[in-house]
Design a protein around this ligand. Structure first.
Ligand SMILES: [Zn+2]
Length: 255
């Protein structure tokens, strides 16, 4: 099992500090900057960092790599196809690669769309998914490099994980995302109920993360592009999932 700590960074990024309970091996996921991680480690008396996991190449996910690697010698784990734009990768992975933090094994998924080299780390024994900017709580990443079809396929891949999977994404966007979902699916009762809980957490200054895959499937419109309840609200002649997903993404870009 992994012990998972949430470290807020930059404006609205989340960095995750993971510790394999059995072996004490540690990792950090998507360190946008080093300082919040250093502060966390100091406060919690953590002296070593074995791995630095990156989901994709954007600066707000890899900005702390260099300093953390220099200080602790942590090995950088990232997608092999991104070796040209993520510096000094030690462990290159792709879908199906074996990777473990101590005794916690990860399944690695390629989930292009936001960027072409985006990956997600799923730790089945901890029921935890680290999905960067592919799937957000009540949202999904913008299509900077990939197509709507690629992103929809990536989201379907993540959607197929068990309902009790905890979703640790790259940003705190849940409340604003939820307000967009409400416009697209105003009669979704589960969504209304969920947003009340999210607002309560945020008002108390607490993260809305992790989310759960089961509730994402019921409330996140970007995972629902093939669901009849959502389709009833989509004014498209051709309601195939990719067209619907592209429509949703476009509406959100202009929200
Ligand atoms: Zn990004």
């Amino acid at each position: 099992m992994l012990k998972i700590n949430i470290i807020p960074a930059l404006q609205d990024n989340y960095v995750y500090f993971l510790e394999d309970e059995k072996t004490g091996k540690t990792a950090v996921v998507d360190p946008s900057e080093a300082q919040p991680v250093l502060d966390f480690m100091k406060d919690h008396k953590k002296a070593k960092l074995d791995y630095i996991l990156n989901t994709h190449h954007h600066g707000d996910h890899i900005g702390g790599n260099k300093e953390l690697k220099e200080k602790f010698g942590g090995e950088i784990v990232a997608f092999k196809g991104d070796a040209h734009r993520i510096k000094n990768i030690d462990i290159m992975v792709e879908e199906g690669s074996d990777f473990k933090i101590g005794e916690s094994a990860a399944d690695i998924y390629e989930v292009p769309g936001h960027t072409l080299g985006h990956i997600a780390f799923h730790f089945p024994s901890s029921m935890a998914l680290f999905c960067g900017d592919t799937l957000f709580s009540l949202g999904c990443g913008r299509l900077f490099e990939g197509t709507a079809k690629q992103m929809w396929e990536s989201l379907k891949k993540l959607r197929s994980l068990p309902d009790n999977t905890q979703v640790y994404c790259g940003h705190e966007y849940t409340y604003a995302n939820g307000n967009f979902c409400l416009i697209m699916e105003p009669e979704n009762g589960a969504l209304h109920r969920r947003l009340i809980g999210v607002k309560r957490l945020r008002d108390a200054g607490r993260p809305s993360i992790p989310s759960m895959m089961g509730i994402e499937k019921k409330t996140n419109v970007f995972l629902r592009a093939d669901q009849p309840d959502l389709l009833a609200n989509v004014p498209l002649a051709k309601q195939d999932p990719v067209s619907v997903f592209a429509y949703l993404r476009e509406q959100k870009d202009n929200f």
